[in-house]
Design a protein around this ligand. Structure first.
Ligand SMILES: NC(=O)c1ccc[n+]([C@@H]2O[C@H](COP(=O)([O-])OP(=O)(O)OC[C@H]3O[C@@H](n4cnc5c(N)ncnc54)[C@H](O)[C@@H]3O)[C@@H](O)[C@H]2O)c1
Length: 328
């Protein structure tokens, strides 16, 4: 394919990071940033006076030169904006979650095939070099058979009113666990509680059981005294901890566990080792992956199918939450 000619929809807290990154990567080929809030223009112009800004999204849909779109607006708008962009023959990177309903996600996937356009979803942590290193350490057998994974994503964070913490934080963790295990859960359970706003959970605990006696849980909260992003993977030969909230030594390998000697469970406990990984920006890697998938006509890693599986898990977990959270 020819050159990427990009438009970005949504320049809010996360969208502005897309603008900065795309401006660095594409310079003048970032053709326009659109946000319905005129106030966002100031922040966009702080990145570069040369970036065009408008509140009218039709300038993107109707511009035939623009072949690629990043949708970084709130989740409830993803379906409509991604659909319209695909219909108008544009490749789409839409932020997570892909849509709010599986039927909508399926429609986008189908449409992207019909239009022969790429559809990718911003599950940015799959472009984190530490997650790739961790995945390699599973694949090459370093920690043996995976038994258990857990993820804590906690902060005194940006409380949202349009979605609960499950939909806001857990897509990251679900996406990572799906990527690491390369299978789908056979059992999903979730509970949670609302304190700050009626019917919007501030904290949830999601439990996933995978084939082969592999278990996982995801604890997310925006009502927590400090930031903790910790992923722990337990294997029968060793354990890996990825703590993204630390400033350094984020990835560690622990040669620890139990083995059977003469039918007796015996502990082994080696010293932990810090694992180095490339210091690359996950968002920059994500955008590069998206642009390369278009140029080289390759399926993106976090394509519609990956995002659809994440969405199905979110939907099932949400059903369990309704039954559990008595404030609903
Ligand atoms: N991948 C990640 O790590 C990550 C991190 C944070 C947020 N996100 C996702 O990014 C998306 C945006 O999140 P945010 O934190 O930037 O939200 P935000 O509320 O800060 O910003 C959303 C922006 O979209 C604009 N907007 C709303 N409707 C629009 C429309 N129809 N057309 C154009 N602009 C519109 C709003 O004016 C606002 O500026 C969400 O889907 C969120 O889940 C992803």
């Amino acid at each position: 394919m020819k050159e990427i000619k990009l438009a970005i929809m949504g320049a809010g807290r996360w969208g502005i990071n897309h603008v900065k990154t795309a401006h660095e990567l594409l310079k003048g080929n970032l053709k326009i940033v659109c946000d319905i809030d005129k106030k966002k223009e100031r922040e966009v112009k702080l990145i570069s006076q040369s970036i065009k800004f408008d509140t009218d999204l039709n300038l993107v849909f109707d511009d035939k030169e623009i072949n690629t779109v990043i949708v970084a607006t709130p989740a409830e708008t993803h379906f409509e904006l991604a659909k319209k962009s695909l219909i108008k023959n544009k490749n789409v990177l839409v932020e997570k979650p892909i849509t709010l309903l599986t039927a909508e996600a399926e429609e986008l996937i189908e449409l992207s095939h019909q239009q022969q356009k790429k559809l990718m979803v911003g599950h940015v942590l799959l472009y984190h070099p530490a997650i790739n290193k961790l995945k390699n350490m599973i694949t090459d057998g370093t920690i043996g058979k995976v038994q258990y994974i857990y993820s804590n994503r906690l902060n005194l964070g940006s409380v949202r009113s349009e979605e609960n913490i499950l939909w806001s934080f857990a897509p990251h963790d679900i996406s990572i666990i799906q990527y690491l295990l390369e299978s789908n859960p056979i059992n999903i359970n979730a509970n949670g509680a609302s304190f700050l706003q009626s019917k919007i959970e501030d904290t949830t605990l999601t439990y996933l059981r995978y084939p082969g006696n592999i278990h996982a849980h995801i604890f997310v909260s925006w009502l927590h005294p400090f930031k903790e992003h910790r992923l722990v993977v337990i294997g029968n030969k060793g354990m890996i901890v990825f703590e993204d909230s630390l400033s350094q030594n984020k990835l560690k390998y622990y040669p620890k566990g139990f083995t059977k000697i003469n039918h007796e469970l015996t502990k082994f406990e080696g010293d932990f080792e810090t694992i180095d990984f490339d210091n690359l920006s996950p968002l920059e890697e994500e955008q590069k992956h998206f642009f390369n998938s278009i140029i080289n006509n390759q399926e993106p890693l976090t394509n519609g199918d990956h995002a659809l599986e994440v969405l199905k898990i979110l939907e099932e977990a949400q059903k369990k939450l309704y039954n559990f959270d008595t404030t609903n």
